[in-house]
Design a binder for this molecule. Structure first.
Ligand code: SF4
Length: 322
């Protein structure tokens, strides 16, 4: 962990027990299975993978919404892994979460100015009404919601505007880390670009650190410094964005990337169609969890789980080919 590391995740594990009846043997879904990564101040690490790979569980762990079974969650030198709800309280302000569907978390009866003022009332009870209103107006304006909208209710806004309000509600507390869980997945492509540009501008202006979760590599291309690819609860590759897009190492990353529309005509990518569905997380394949779908699978892949290796360019990959 270096001085400018904001978030350090070490060997994190989260298993959920499931049972198929009163007397049936319990089985465990390894939702997060020994995951490690870190994010430096002012940077964006994107977590990418198909639905069911564990991304959203990871977001909840990082925000203390659920407890880890093992490993460490270190936020700015403080180990928060086993903190109680009370112990987490001082970190609720600097660590904020943004969801895919802001509408679900915006109270329909409240005016926009009240929605954005609410976190200030909780975290800064001594702030005067005037100070609060000024900060709310400024923050909404910075997020692209003008003064004439302050008295409107959530249903009067478009999906993109509602996401701007969700971002303003997080930003009004001037956080250091934003965990963004599929923040643009519900939006049209043109609106996605506007929200991604807003997030990029805010990152620069407020020196924000982002953990950006998405199922779509093309969405994270613009905003990431580093990208971690997840498969069935594991991180299978972490690399700087440029390296990952130009020279993906893991066969799963190669397959994900082959379906991303190519902007650079010099880079030729052949479409790799993966056979089969993502396996059931309750009974993942032995050895490399990807071997049932991997076009390059070897005999060893069926028996031995590969370990994360650090490569010459600083990237990490978990695959027997390296
Ligand atoms: Fe494919 Fe084997 Fe590498 Fe897994 S370890 S990704 S099965 S080549």
């Amino acid at each position: 962990m270096t001085l400018d590391t904001v978030l350090d995740i070490q060997n994190l594990k989260k298993y959920f027990s499931i049972s198929n009846g009163l007397f049936a043997k319990k089985t465990f879904v390894k939702a997060i299975d020994d995951v490690s990564f870190s994010v430096k101040k002012g940077e964006t690490l994107s977590l990418v993978g198909e639905s069911g790979c564990g991304k959203s569980t990871l977001a909840k762990l990082v925000n203390g919404l659920i407890q880890a079974d093992n490993g460490k969650i270190i936020f700015k030198d403080r180990d928060l892994t086993h903190e109680s709800e009370r112990g987490w309280r001082p970190y609720r302000q600097p660590m904020q979460m943004i969801f895919q569907d802001p509408y679900a978390s915006l109270s329909p009866k409240m005016k926009v100015k009240e929605i954005v003022a609410e976190p200030l009332k909780i975290h800064h009870p001594n702030m005067t009404k005037m100070e609060r209103e000024k900060l709310v107006q400024e923050t909404l304006y910075t997020c692209g919601i003008g003064y004439h909208h302050l008295d409107k209710h959530p249903h009067e806004f478009s999906g993109g505007q509602r996401q701007r309000i969700g971002i303003a509600r997080a930003l009004v507390l001037r956080p250091e880390l934003l965990v963004l869980d599929e923040p643009v997945s519900a939006l049209d492509v043109s609106v996605q670009a506007q929200i991604l540009n807003l997030l990029k501008d805010l990152q620069e202006e407020f020196n924000l650190t982002y953990l950006f979760i998405s199922h779509d590599l093309s969405v994270v291309e613009h905003i990431s410094n580093n990208i971690a690819v997840m498969y069935l609860g594991d991180i299978v590759e972490i690399a700087a964005k440029k390296n990952l897009f130009e020279d993906p190492k893991h066969p799963y990353t190669q397959a994900l990337l082959s379906s991303v529309p190519n902007i650079d005509p010099k880079v030729k990518r052949e479409r790799i169609i993966l056979s089969g569905e993502i396996p059931n997380a309750a009974s993942p394949p032995e050895g490399c969890k990807f071997h049932t779908r991997c076009p390059l699978a070897m005999d060893i892949c069926k028996k031995v789980r590969p370990h994360m290796q650090t490569l010459g360019d600083g990237g990490q990959v978990s695959c027997h080919l390296y």
